[in-house]
Design a protein around this ligand. Structure first.
Ligand code: ADP
Ligand code: MG
Length: 322
């Protein structure tokens, strides 16, 4: 699970690329991130990869604040995230096979493991017959499939793809997206930055729209939680009482039809309780809650503005890097 809690990133030039983002992505989700050039999408990815540190706010991966990771643990954290770029970034002087094998070798996989794994990965991306080719001998679409196989090499629970179809024609773009969809269906969390609206519209996934460093829309946020779950939750005494007006909070929550303010990691235990009471498997309930929360929607006066500002007060009291 990935959680961003009020994250800001200002570059040294004084350029604020990420301007207060709170976001929860459940394990196994498929998420598109869209937005104009310069809106902060790549910065967001770099923050997730810990290539950059937030100026303030916190990022959690599986409940671990990644700022607090020991240096020695960072490579392992990064190995848990497969990355795909617009420009493929393959090693030009190595074969397709070697490009993938290399990714496994650097993390210490055995020759025996590699020999078994690389052909499987090539099969996944439909390139079983291209192992001996060099990147220059492949089409763009094929090169991106190799890059995808390489990203999958160490079985990462998360794939980040930054405009993976930006250099591809529509057919190849669609093939890549379908592969990402298949990978997601096997349980991998997939986050894709794209400008390809046709594909986004066609795939019916969660879409997070960014502009100037903020989230301007998150389709998950607009989807109400299953009413059956909501009615069970509304009877429960699980809401944190250290924010403000705990009963109001519960009522507001139900009236608003969302669990918007539970997007802080400290409410993990609340999610667990909800899962138990509603007899849901944690992933399902987790997803349901993700359906209801997300970053605060932009300023337009929604009915739960009051609740939202309570949440922000709570954030302020936490003092940023909790
Ligand atoms: N290394 C950097 N130093 C200073 N400003 C940067 C740097 N990288 C990106 N920016 C700026 O941050 C903003 C967001 O950039 P980026 O995250 O690359 O956006 P996107 O991927 O959505 O196009 C832009 O205004 C960009 O100019
Ligand atoms: Mg970018």
């Amino acid at each position: 699970m990935i959680l961003l809690d009020n994250v800001y990133k200002t570059y040294s030039a004084g350029n604020t690329a990420v301007d207060g983002i709170s976001l929860r992505i459940a394990k196994g989700e498929f998420v598109f991130v869209v937005g104009p050039s310069g809106s902060g999408k790549t910065t967001l990815f770099k923050l997730l990869l810990k290539e950059l540190e937030p100026t303030s706010g916190a990022i959690y991966m599986n409940n671990q604040n990644i700022r607090r990771l020991k240096k020695s643990k960072i490579p392992k954290m990064r190995r848990g995230i497969g990355v795909v770029f617009q420009d493929f970034r393959l090693l030009k002087d190595r074969t397709v096979y070697e490009n993938i094998a290399f990714a496994e070798r650097v993390v210490g996989k055995s020759a025996k493991y590699i020999k078994k794994s690389v052909p499987q990965l090539l099969e996944t991306v439909g390139l079983s017959d291209k192992g001996d080719s060099f990147p220059d001998e492949l089409s763009g679409g094929e090169q991106q499939r190799v890059a995808l196989a390489r990203a999958l090499a160490n079985n990462p629970p998360v794939i980040l793809a930054d405009e993976p179809t930006g250099n591809l024609d529509p057919d190849n773009a669609w093939t890549i997206m379908q592969l990402l969809d298949e990978i997601n269906k096997r349980g991998t969390t997939v986050i894709v930055v794209t400008h390809n609206h046709e594909i986004v519209d066609r795939m019916h996934k969660r879409v997070i729209a960014m502009e100037q460093g903020v989230i301007t829309n998150d389709t998950a946020e607009n989807k109400p939680i299953d009413p059956a779950i909501l009615s069970k939750i509304s009877d429960m005494d699980v809401l944190p009482d250290d924010i403000t007006g705990e009963e109001d909070l519960g009522v507001t929550m139900v009236e608003a039809g969302t669990l918007r303010r539970l997007n802080l990691s400290k409410y993990e235990d609340v999610l667990d309780t909800i899962a138990k009471v509603t007899d849901s498997d944690t992933d399902v309930i987790d997803y349901g809650i993700t359906d209801g929360i997300g970053a605060p929607s932009s300023q337009n006066g929604s009915s739960d503005d009051a609740a939202l500002s309570q949440e922000q007060d709570a954030n302020d009291q936490e003092g940023g890097d909790a």
